[in-house]
Design a protein around this ligand. Structure first.
Ligand SMILES: C[S@@+](CC[C@H](N)C(=O)[O-])C[C@H]1O[C@@H](n2cnc3c(N)ncnc32)[C@H](O)[C@@H]1O
Length: 257
């Protein structure tokens, strides 16, 4: 698997190899460093952010509510809010630090957004997360969840969507095929030679951090299977470049009366 060539994430491990995802996202220092690099990252992935909005099945002036899961500072939600001026966002996060940064970043959207506290790795969703929402999006966070949580999450999303509502996820994936992995690395390294050099000279600590970062990353196909199992239709990989994808589907509309 290529290293974080798209820097979709920051490494989330510590030197004893334990999963420190939660510690990282709830750390002032790590969140500050994430936010400091956000402008540059967002410039590079502007096309993917825009496509997520374009894929949503609304007219530009429709009023609707969507949830952004693991919303962070709201980078994905912001693009949807910009594209659909009457949309309202519910940003679900478990990190107080990311939430505080997001509230600042989105302040100009006023009443068009609110944060709710939600741990995607936990079981039931709190009542503050609305049901019957018109769309759900997530980006760069589902890969932080163990497989059983990914599967349960997709079922929870389905349950919280109104009939006909779409779910879209932008995330990195892994591959079991060494030929594919080599191709991803080859192209990724040509696009970003600095990433190749960094990978070749990882310290033991950096290696452990990398291993932790990819701990729950899985191939695309099982994730699509989880969507099918949850009951989604119209499932597709709507965008893909090397190890980054946008996939999704919709909850089937209610049958006509
Ligand atoms: C790489 S950032 C992505 C943030 C945002 N979605 C974006 O695209 O810019 C990952 C986000 O997922 C959140 N996250 C990770 N694990 C989570 C969990 N178990 N429950 C809720 N949020 C989680 C982190 O706090 C962080 O804000």
């Amino acid at each position: 698997m290529p290293d974080d060539t798209d820097t979709g994430d920051i490494d989330t491990g510590d030197i004893d190899g334990t999963d420190t995802n939660e510690t990282v996202w709830k750390s002032d220092h790590m969140v500050a460093s994430w936010v400091a690099a956000e402008g540059e990252r967002e410039r590079r992935r502007a096309g993917q952010r825009r496509l997520m909005a374009e894929l949503l099945a609304f007219d530009d002036d429709d009023a609707f509510t969507f949830i952004d899961l693991g919303a962070g500072t709201g980078a994905a939600a912001k693009v949807v809010l910009d594209h659909f001026p009457k949309a309202t966002a519910v940003l679900a996060e478990y990190s107080a630090q990311m939430t505080a940064e997001g509230r600042r970043a989105l302040a100009t959207y006023g009443a068009r957004f609110r944060y709710v506290e939600l741990d995607l790795a936990a079981g039931d969703w709190p009542a503050a997360v609305p049901t019957g929402v018109d769309a759900v999006i997530s980006s760069l966070c589902v890969h932080h969840l163990p497989d059983e949580r990914k599967r349960a999450l997709f079922a929870q999303i389905w349950e919280h969507l109104a009939p006909g509502g779409w779910y879209l996820n932008y995330d990195p994936v892994s591959t079991d095929d060494p030929v594919v992995e080599a191709a991803w690395l080859r192209a990724g390294d040509r696009q970003d030679p600095a990433a190749a050099a960094a990978r070749a000279h990882r310290s033991a600590e950096e290696q452990l951090r990398h291993e932790n970062h990819v701990r729950y990353m899985i191939p695309l196909e099982p994730q699509l299977a989880f969507l099918r199992e949850a009951g989604f239709e119209g499932i597709d990989v709507y965008w893909k470049q090397l190890d980054y994808v946008i996939y999704g589907g919709r909850r089937p509309p209610a049958p006509a009366p």
